[in-house]
Ligand binder design. Structure first.
Ligand code: HEC
Ligand code: HEC
Length: 244
């Protein structure tokens, strides 16, 4: 009897390992990954996965291990998934990256000029140039889909990157500070203000510490760019693929 059970177990395990099911993987993806990676993998709080190459998952084994173990601290591991489910999600993720590259309507060279003219470099670094108040945009085109980039420019507060927090602090003595949280533990918090200065506070010495949920210092550019200008700007951002 045990032989038979074992044979069935081995056979079904072999089946599970040799035949990942992308359709099943898609269902799991939509319920457990889409929250951060977007419904079709276009990106959100987590990076876009609809790309032919994933830096942290260069091959299928690495992809499966990223899925089951996660990437601390920002991506949780899907430890509850069975090995065969992990293979199916991995197969689905690969199928997203096999789609033909998006053809964007805009002109990246003109977009680079709008980027300069609109003062984006006052808060962002690209290839070592600009200010580092907001996230670095070098390689942003490899991490984010065009749809996400468009949204980031029009409605920045709707697409805050994972782990991003804008905070208002009032010390017991001294001036109030608003800034992006850089580091925090039980007793201290470090912020970077709009001028790029770092501030470190001991929590017991604060009169007030407020997390500005869904707020960002990045202004919305809705209504400030013509449709064609926005296309150009998105094409420029999408072209920044070099380094992760
Ligand atoms: C809570 C948000 C969150 C959830 C849920 C989540 N991820 Fe992620 N994922 C992230 C973040 C953030 C990163 C980037 C981490 C880093 O690079 O440090 C990431 C990175 C990845 C990467 C590596 C991308 C690259 O460019 O190399 C893969 C692959 C991935 N996730 C797949 C998945 C799959 C599949 C699921 C569902 C089983 C999932 N993730 C669930 C947030 C999430
Ligand atoms: C006052 C500072 C400031 C200015 C000016 C600014 N940004 Fe931002 N930007 C931020 C901050 C802070 C974030 C992170 C929080 C968020 O997503 O809003 C961000 C996020 C982004 C993101 C998403 C990054 C990611 O990792 O998901 C993109 C893309 C972006 N900005 C592009 C631009 C472009 C293009 C311009 C000019 C048209 C611009 N920003 C102007 C501060 C700024």
């Amino acid at each position: 009897m045990w032989r038979w059970t074992l044979a069935v177990a081995l056979a079904s395990q072999a089946l599970a390992q040799t035949e990942p099911d992308p359709a099943a993987g898609r269902k799991i993806f939509e319920s457990q990954c889409a929250l951060c990676h977007g419904q079709t993998g276009g990106g959100g709080r987590g990076p876009a996965l609809s790309r032919p190459k994933l830096a942290k998952a260069p091959d299928d084994a690495a992809l499966r291990s990223v899925i089951s173990e996660g990437i601390p601290p920002d991506m949780p591991g899907a430890w509850q998934l069975h090995t065969s489910e992990v293979s199916s999600v991995a197969a689905y993720v690969r199928s997203l990256g096999a789609l033909p590259p998006e053809i964007l309507p805009g002109d990246a060279t003109r977009g680079a000029r709008f980027y300069e003219a609109k003062g984006c470099a006052g808060c962002h670094m690209v290839a070592g140039k600009g200010e580092g108040f907001g996230p670095e945009l070098t390689g942003i085109g490899a991490r984010r889909s065009a749809a996400f980039l468009r949204q980031a420019v029009l409605k920045p507060s709707a697409s805050l990157p994972e782990g991003f927090q804008y905070v208002a602090v009032t010390p017991a003595s001294g001036a109030a500070v608003r800034g992006i949280r850089v580091n925090e533990d039980s007793f201290t918090i470090q912020l970077k203000d709009a001028g790029g200065r770092f501030h470190s506070f001991r929590k017991p010495e604060l009169k007030d510490l407020r997390r500005l949920e869904k707020e960002t210092p990045m202004p919305s550019y809705e209504g400030q760019l013509a449709a064609a200008e926005l296309d150009d700007l998105v094409a420029y951002l999408a072209s920044l693929k070099e380094k992760l």
